[in-house]
Ligand binder design. Structure first.
Ligand code: SF4
Length: 181
């Protein structure tokens, strides 16, 4: 649905080098939305966000804190891979984030996640500029570069765990009452 409206987007220079527009991967009822900064080479190739080593670590952490696959979605602030002149990944510019903002807003409107997690400072700033509060967690790429940061990331993910369980608590209570009937 959203792919059709975004499919020909040329709003920012990132469209010149993309192989795929990388929108999201999501469960059936995404209570929690994780927002990263931009697709990397693997994501660009496969058309899915967070599918490389960073995505594996993020998925492991999400699983560790008990969020089932149907209850989360993952996306990025920009949907096309920003690259350097030499073809390496780079962080998206503020202009690229601004150009792509309507697509992220549309995802938020459609999904209405109860918990929003900024994966990295770039994503946190993008969300803040949209007036959206988030829980910050270290980008898994930073943890892969500096494994000593893993404990910090896990502490941050434990805050996500608390917010997620608080968000789903009413539904859980209802399910329990129904069971007793
Ligand atoms: S990054 Fe976003 S705004 Fe830029 S070309 Fe891709 S879809 Fe369009």
């Amino acid at each position: 649905m959203m792919t059709e409206s975004i499919a020909d987007c040329t709003r920012c220079p990132a469209h010149l080098t993309r192989k795929n527009i990388v929108i999201q991967r999501d469960g059936e009822k995404p209570v929690t939305l994780f927002v990263g900064e931009a697709p990397g080479a693997m994501e660009d190739k496969l058309g899915q966000p967070f599918v490389g080593p960073s995505g594996k670590l993020l998925d492991e952490e999400i699983s560790r804190i008990g969020i089932p696959p149907e209850h989360y979605a993952i996306t990025n602030a920009v949907k096309c891979r920003p690259v350097t002149k030499k073809g390496y990944n780079r962080a998206p510019t503020p202009e690229e984030i601004e150009h792509c903002r309507p697509f992220l807003q549309r995802q938020l409107d459609a999904m209405k996640p109860k918990v929003i997690v900024a994966v990295g400072r770039v994503a946190e700033r993008a969300l803040k500029n949209m007036g959206i509060g988030s829980i910050y967690v270290l980008h898994p790429a930073a943890v892969l570069r500096s494994p000593e940061l893993k404990a910090t990331m896990q502490q941050q993910m434990d805050k996500v765990k608390k917010a997620y369980h608080t968000a789903i608590a009413p539904a859980e209570r209802k399910a329990t009452i129904w069971w007793w009937w």
